[in-house]
Design a protein around this ligand. Structure first.
Ligand code: AMP
Length: 504
């Protein structure tokens, strides 16, 4: 009997002597050795009482063992539930209470603090650290040499639950099936021309869809290898980049590389592909990266609930400031007031296809609100499609500013502000205002050593933006607050400047 993801991603590693994972200290793990780890992890989970369909919650640092635990969960027919390493015990209490996992794997250093949380939700606590230590690692080492037969799983069965980042309200667990994940990996592998010759520089976390599914699944599916780094560190990435053929990153990877003079055309010469996603890539970063390296970054767009939805072309124009076209097999429409808008008009992006999740775990009402019965998922992103079919993201619907009855799309104002002297980047938010309901407010991150002149910058917008779009006030900060995936956290900014027009 088949197990969809096991058969496509892990089984082909059998007998492969060639390296699958290359670690920053030079250690290499062959495909066959990694597959042994996958089966050992499966055996350890089963020994801990995991049954098919059970959730396996995991909050551990990135390591080969952590990736093998993903594979092991799949082999055991269970549901992988990775959690951001930044989550606190109070947040974990919510996730374990909601997901009711059979097993919770955490770092040994946090075991004492998290044992009561695991006990409260009847999850068995196992541990795993970044160096291959912990009770799970010990159980893996003791696993029988005879491999377990993978539990049969069809494309319809759940493979993972990933919690959304929950910038407003509680996080929701997106239920992803074997079929969701495999179909997306197949499409991306083809579109981006991945082969067994590829060496993917993997510096993304593996608790998020980008690093776990887009990067790892595409590489595993196509038989390539990965330079597997615990995180993004400029020094290490610059050192290992010449060995790679492709990198997938969030926009901050690219700005950090550009900050270093050692990023040159020669250094990036062996590379064939740089992909960016998870947050908007500034058009300026796109241009600077091309000027420095000769590579045009390929930007794509996706989310936890849907995997990837759109991508710029591999061949053909990679248009800065856009996320390209819908992937083969994925339908995309832009809706406003119940109907599709004309090209160039802004609306809410909806998508439908084999990539779209099955709903939110234990939240049928939330599922009904966002996933239509006919399969269309309401992404909550505002966007438009240009005359050539390229999709551009304008922002989250929740971030739309409504001031004096007018809609202001933050992206449009941010693009104007980003060009102002001394401004590295900006975030435009709505804050309460006694006359306008909400006022447009700008937070400007200064360019290195710059002192932007706020009054002059705001006055200078007059030529470009209608008066109602111009910020009523602006502040200068050293940097914008971002989460681990590089997304600007506008909810924090809205909270920080909530009383601006009440107190000034
Ligand atoms: P997450 O579920 O954490 O992956 O976040 C998904 C959200 O990130 C999307 O709904 C978008 O708002 C945003 N996002 C992802 N990729 C891009 C992109 N290339 N440009 C702009 N926003 C993006």
């Amino acid at each position: 009997m088949a197990n969809t993801l096991h058969d496509a991603l892990f089984l082909p590693l059998a007998g492969r002597g060639r390296a699958l994972l290359i670690l920053p200290d030079g250690r290499e793990i062959s495909g066959a050795a990694f597959l042994d780890m996958v089966y050992a992890a499966a055996a350890a989970l089963v020994a801990a009482g995991v049954q098919p369909g059970d959730r396996v919650a995991v909050q551990v640092v990135k390591s080969p063992e952590a990736l093998a635990l993903y594979g092991g969960t799949i082999v055991a027919g269970a549901v992988f539930l990775p959690l951001n390493t930044a989550y606190t015990p109070a947040e974990l209490d919510y996730f374990l209470g909601n997901a009711k996992p059979a097993v919770f794997v955490c770092d040994p250093a946090r075991a004492a603090a998290l044992a009561p949380v695991a006990a409260r939700h009847a999850a068995q606590l196992l541990t795993l650290d970044g160096a291959g230590g912990g009770s799970l690692a010990a159980a893996m080492a003791a696993a029988p040499a005879k491999r377990m037969v993978p539990v049969p799983r069809s494309p319809e069965d759940l493979a993972a639950i990933l919690y959304t980042s929950g910038t407003t309200g509680r996080s929701k667990g997106a239920m992803l099936t074997h079929g969701n994940l495999l179909s997306n990996a197949e499409v991306l592998a083809g579109l981006w021309r991945f082969t067994a010759e590829d060496m993917l520089l993997h510096a993304l976390p593996i608790f998020h869809t980008h690093g776990l599914f887009v990067a790892s699944n595409v590489s595993l599916l196509t038989g390539g290898a990965m330079i597997f780094l615990p995180g993004f560190e400029t020094e290490t990435v610059l050192r290992l980049l010449p060995r790679a053929t492709a990198m997938m990153g969030v926009p901050t990877f690219y700005t950090r590389l550009l900050d270093d003079d050692r990023l040159t055309r020669e250094l990036a010469a062996p590379m064939r592909l740089f992909v960016s996603g998870s947050a908007p890539l500034l058009a300026e970063t796109h241009r600077e990266f091309e000027a420095r390296t000769g590579h045009r970054i390929l930007e794509r767009y996706g989310m936890t609930e849907t995997n990837m939805n759109t991508s710029n072309p591999y061949e053909g124009e990679r248009r800065a400031g856009t996320v390209g076209m819908p992937l083969p097999g994925v339908e995309l429409r832009i809706m406003s007031e119940g109907r599709e808008v004309a090209p160039g008009e802004v609306g809410v992006i909806e998508v439908r296809g084999p990539n779209v999740f099955r709903g939110y775990w234990q939240m049928p009402e939330k599922t009904r609100e966002e996933l239509r019965e006919d399969g269309w998922f309401i992404t909550g992103d505002l966007g438009l499609r240009d005359a050539d079919g390229y999709v551009a993201i304008v922002g989250r619907a929740k971030d739309l500013v409504i001031t004096g009855g007018y809609n202001v799309y933050p992206k449009e104002v941010e693009m104007a502000l980003d060009e102002a002297p001394g401004v590295l980047e900006s975030a435009v938010i709505g804050v309460p205002h006694p006359d306008f309901g909400e006022a447009v407010f700008a937070v400007l991150a200064r360019a290195r050593d710059a002192e932007p002149d706020v009054t002059a910058i705001l006055a200078g917008l007059g030529e470009r933006l209608a008066r109602f779009k111009q910020p009523k006030a602006a502040v200068v900060v050293d940097e914008l607050p971002r989460n681990t995936m590089g997304k600007v956290q506008k909810a924090i900014l809205r909270e920080t400047y909530r009383d601006w027009f009440r107190t000034t």
